[in-house]
Design a protein around this ligand. Sequence first.
Ligand code: PXP
Length: 246
Amino acid sequence: MIKLGVNVDHVATIRQARMTFEPDPVTAAGLADLGGADVITIHLREDRRHIQERDLELMHDTVFTKLNLEMATSREIVDIALKIKPGQITLVPEKRQEITTEGGLSVASQKQMLTDIVKKFKDNDIYVSLFIDPDKEQITASREVGAQSIELHTGRYANAQREEERTELLQTLSKSVKIAKGEGLRVNAGHGLTYKNTGPIVEHLDIEELHIGHSIVSRAIFVGIETAVREMKELIYKHFMIKQNL
Ligand code: PXP
């Protein structure tokens, strides 16, 4: 079964809107756990616009499942991650002005720097994934810098307006999964996925983890986070079973 990683950053976004103590993303992570999340993801951004170090520390101590820390490659954040030691880190590009992570990491253009960082994490028993676009050059470079896993950026697929474009992007993602597996990498996917567009991803991509945030937290406002997570788990299960019978 494909595992579900739930990103709880946006619970912290609401808290930070008032610079107060509620809602607490640590509570959200606990309830997401109860709803069946297989992974809890948070992004400690350099500008601290949502998740704070306190959240990372508390989740590291309280999350029962795997904690996946999304992070940029800046010295400050790397040092924090090496101190806290989450189970998994996902390196992402980060720009101050962006609303959310926009493109994938350019691994091919920063191989030496990434090789050094990846080694530091692996030496500390931290599992390393790289968030990249579905592109052969980036996939090969990810293996070359020593990453154990990649997360394929599904944003373009999720934002596609026309059906043919969506189908084409799904094929590109599917080819990328095969290339990555051929390189010996584990493959995750995420960004922009919702209760409407996740089904085809489950049916067509042979991946390990799906990482979903905004859509689950949005639904949680109305139904509660435990239920929102459970509904996404059920959706993944339903499409996984369809795939088994294809
Ligand atoms: N994967 C990565 C690497 C991300 O940066 C994000 C956004 O924080 C997600 C997945 C989740 O994206 P969304 O919130 O659109 O589901």
